[in-house]
Design a protein around this ligand. Structure first.
Ligand SMILES: *Cc1c(COP(=O)(O)O)cnc(C)c1O
Length: 460
C-alpha cells in the first residue's frame, strides 16, 4: 500500500468530525452480559438503575441495538474546543527503532484533563443537566477522570463531588487543586463521610484506598443526596459509547489516506479508551468486512484479562453496585501501592470482556519498569511526555515494531496515546532513581481474592 505522502499529523476539519457515536454492541452476536441486582440476581432494568444513574445514560447503557446514537449539538460544540484530536504518524519513533513498521498514534492529551476522559465527562454532565439534576458524584484514581468531570460540570453549571483514592490524593496534590479550580469538592477515599467509607476504614485501618472503595462512597453519596446522580469514568457501556469518538475520528483520518492498520493497541484499565478506539474497526471485524488484530495492554500488577476470571463480580469494594460479568481479579483485590501507572481497577468493561472471551481481542500484561523505559524513549523522540497508563500501549507498540524489524514486515501499527504525564512525575522520579520495582500478585493472592467472588445462580 502506498503510504507515501502521509503528514506527521493528520487533522480532520470540524466538518469531517463524526456526528454520532458508534455502538459496537449492535454488531456483537454475543451481547455483553446484563448487570445484575446483587440482592436478587435479576437483570437490572431501566427502573432499577434510576436511583443511581441519569435517565438518558441508562437508556444508552441498556441499548444493545442502535448502531449509531446522534451526538447532541451542545456536546459537539464542546468537543470542538479540543477536538478533533490529532492522529500522528510516528516517523521519529520509526526512525529511532529502525523498523519497517508504520506507526500511528491517536493523541488524546490535548486538553486540561490530560486524557480522553473529557469525551465522556461532557456527555454525562450534559445528560444530568438535561434531566434538571443539580449535581453528580464520582470517584477518581489517578485524577484524570475527576479533572475531566469537574471541567464538564463547571461548563454546564453542575455541582461535582469527587472521591479521590487516598494514595493519589496524597501523591498528586496538584491534580486535586486543578479539580478545585473547576469548582469540584474533593475528598480522599475511604473517608468518614459515608457509611461504606467508615466500614472499610474499620475493616482495613490505614488502607491507601482503591477505585472500588471510592466508587462505593460516590454511589452512596449520590443516592442519599436529592438531585444528585452518580457518574463513572470507565467500564460502563455508555462510556465506551462516548469514547467511540476516538476510533471514529481515527478511522475517518486513516481512510482519507487509504491506510489500514494491521494491529490496534490500547492500554486497558476499565477499558474505555481501548473500547472507544477499536469500536469502529471491531465493527468491521464483527460484520466480516475486514480483519484486524486488537491488543489490550494491562499492568502485570493488575492483570484483569490475562489472569482474571470471567465471572459476575461487584464493581466496587463496598458491594453496593450492580454485579457485572467481566474479567475480574475480585472486588477485594487492591493492587500494590507500589504500582505507579494507573490502570488499577480490579475489573474491566463487560463489552471488552465478551469480545476477549470470544477470541476477538488479545491481551498482554507488562511490567511497569518496562513501561517507563518505553515512555522515556517515546518522549525523547516524539516530544510528548506520555501518561504512565498510555505508556503501556507505547510499550507493546514498540515491541510489535521491533518484531517487524526482525522479520522485515511492513506492518501498520496503530495505538492510543491516551494522555500526558505531567502529574506523574513522582513515578518518573522513582524510575529515574532506579527505585521502581514490579510487584506482581502471586497465584495465592489472586486465589484468595477469587474465593470471595459472589455466588450467582447459574455460574460455576
Ligand atoms: C483513565 C485513563 C486510562 C485508563 O482508562 P480506560 O477506561 O481503560 O481507558 C488510560 N490512560 C489515561 C491517560 C487515563 O486517564
Amino acid at each position: 500500500m502506498s503510504n507515501q505522502n502521509i503528514p506527521y499529523k493528520i487533522y480532520l476539519s470540524e466538518e469531517e468530525m463524526p456526528r454520532a457515536w458508534y455502538n459496537v454492541r449492535a454488531d456483537m452476536k454475543n451481547k455483553p452480559a446484563p448487570l445484575l441486582n446483587p440482592a436478587t440476581g435479576a437483570p437490572m432494568g431501566y427502573e432499577d438503575l434510576r436511583p443511581v444513574f441519569c435517565d438518558e445514560l441508562i437508556r444508552q447503557e441498556l441499548n444493545n441495538d442502535d448502531r449509531y446514537i446522534p451526538i447532541p449539538q451542545e456536546i459537539l460544540d464542546f468537543y470542538k474546543m479540543y477536538r478533533p484530536a490529532p492522529l500522528v504518524r510516528a516517523y521519529c519513533l520509526e526512525k529511532k527503532l529502525q523498523t519497517p513498521a508504520h506507526i500511528y498514534y491517536k493523541f488524546e492529551g490535548n486538553n486540561t484533563s490530560g486524557s480522553h476522559k473529557l469525551n465522556s465527562a461532557i456527555a454525562q454532565a450534559y445528560y444530568a443537566k438535561q434531566q434538571g439534576l443539580t449535581g453528580v458524584t464520582t470517584e477518581t484514581g489517578a485524577g484524570q477522570w475527576g479533572t475531566a468531570l469537574s471541567m464538564a460540570c463547571a461548563y454546564l453549571g453542575l455541582d461535582c463531588k469527587v472521591y479521590m483514592v487516598k494514595c493519589s490524593y496524597e501523591q498528586k496534590p496538584f491534580r486535586r487543586e486543578v479539580m478545585r479550580t473547576y469548582g469540584a469538592s474533593v475528598t480522599p477515599s475511604p473517608s468518614t463521610e459515608t457509611e461504606v467509607g467508615r466500614r472499610i476504614l474499620a475493616e482495613h485501618p490505614g488502607t491507601t484506598g482503591s477505585l472500588g472503595c471510592a466508587i462505593s462512597e460516590a454511589v452512596e453519596k449520590a443516592t442519599s443526596t436529592p438531585g444528585y446522580r452518580y457518574v463513572l469514568g470507565s467500564v460502563l457501556n455508555q462510556v465506551l459509547l462516548h469514547q467511540s469518538i476516538i476510533g471514529m475520528e481515527t478511522k475517518i483520518a486513516l481512510d482519507k489516506y487509504g491506510v489500514v492498520p494491521d494491529v490496534i493497541i490500547g492500554c486497558a484499565g476499565g477499558g474505555s479508551n481501548l473500547g472507544g478506539l477499536i469500536s469502529p474497526f471491531m465493527g468491521e471485524k464483527l460484520r466480516g468486512e475486514r480483519d484486524y488484530r486488537f491488543i489490550a495492554v494491562e499492568p502485570a500488577s493488575c492483570p484483569s484479562f490475562t489472569r482474571g476470571r470471567f465471572a459476575y463480580d461487584f464493581c466496587d469494594t463496598g458491594m453496593v453496585c450492580p454485579l457485572a460479568k467481566m474479567y475480574t481479579l475480585g472486588s477485594n483485590f487492591i493492587p500494590s501501592a507500589n504500582h505507579a501507572g494507573g490502570l488499577r481497577y480490579h475489573g474491566t468493561s463487560t463489552v471488552l470482556s465478551q469480545l476477549y472471551h470470544d477470541g476477538l481481542m488479545e491481551a498482554v500484561a507488562v511490567e511497569q519498569t518496562k513501561v517507563f523505559e518505553a515512555a522515556e524513549q517515546f518522549a525523547r523522540v516524539e516530544g510528548i511526555l506520555p501518561a504512565p497508563e498510555s505508556s503501556h500501549a507505547i510499550r507493546v507498540a514498540m515491541d510489535e515494531a521491533l518484531r517487524c524489524k526482525e522479520t522485515g514486515e511492513e506492518k501498520t501499527i496503530l495505538f492510543g496515546l491516551t494522555g500526558t504525564g505531567y502529574f506523574d512525575m513522582y513515578a518518573y522520579e522513582k524510575f529515574h532513581d532506579g527505585q521502581m520495582t514490579d510487584t506482581i500478585p502471586t497465584d495465592e493472592d489472586l486465589a484468595a481474592s477469587f474465593a470471595r467472588l459472589p455466588q450467582v445462580p447459574g455460574q460455576a
